[in-house]
Design a protein around this ligand. Structure first.
Ligand code: SME
Length: 150
C-alpha cells in the first residue's frame, strides 16, 4: 500500500528545494504509480473552466486529453463533487475507456483550501476492484496537499 504521508514528505522536500507546481505534480504521479503494482495508469487532470485537461501521467498513451465535466468517470466525479471508486468499469455506461485492459478506476478530487475543485488524480487498474478504502484514504492525503498548491 502506498503511504500518502510519505509521498507528501517527499513532495515537501522537493518544494523546499525550489520545485515548481508542475514538477511537484509530475513527481506525485511518479511516486503514486510506483506504490502498487495494481496501479496500471496514473494521471492528473486539471480543471480549466468546465473541461478536465490531462497533465502528467504514467501508463498507456491516451487520446482522452480533454474530458468535459459530466463525461466519463472523471467528469462525473467533478459534476457530483465527490471521489468515485468504480470496482468494475465494464458495469457502468459512462466509462471512457483509455485502455481495453482497464477493469477498475478511482478518481480522487484535488481541492483548494476553500474546497474548490482544481483537478483530480485518476488511477486505472487492469485488476477488478483494485481500489479499496485504504487506497482512497492515502490518495486523498496526496490530492489534498496538491490541491493547496493552486
Ligand atoms: N476512464 C476515464 C477517462 C480517463 S482514462 O481512464 C485515462 C473516464 O471514464 O472518465
Amino acid at each position: 500500500m502506498i503511504s500518502g504521508t510519505a509521498i507528501v514528505e517527499r513532495l515537501e522536500a522537493l518544494r523546499a528545494s525550489g520545485a515548481d507546481r508542475d514538477a511537484l505534480l509530475a513527481e506525485a504521479v511518479r511516486l503514486i504509480e510506483a506504490g502498487r503494482a495494481e496501479y496500471d495508469w496514473v494521471g492528473v487532470y486539471l480543471l480549466e473552466g468546465d473541461v478536465l485537461v490531462l497533465g502528467d501521467y504514467i501508463g498507456e498513451e491516451t487520446e482522452h486529453t480533454r474530458i468535459a465535466v459530466g463525461d466519463g468517470v472523471c467528469g462525473t466525479a467533478v459534476a457530483e463533487d465527490r471521489n468515485l471508486n468504480i470496482p468494475d468499469v465494464r458495469a457502468i455506461e459512462n466509462h471512457i475507456a483509455c485502455s481495453i485492459g482497464t477493469r477498475s478506476e478511482i478518481v480522487v478530487l484535488m481541492r483548494r483550501g476553500d474546497g474548490t475543485v482544481v483537478g483530480q488524480l485518476d488511477l486505472d487498474s487492469d485488476t477488478p476492484a483494485a481500489f479499496g478504502e485504504a487506497d482512497e484514504a492515502e490518495l486523498e492525503i496526496v490530492a489534498s496537499w496538491l490541491g493547496r498548491l493552486f
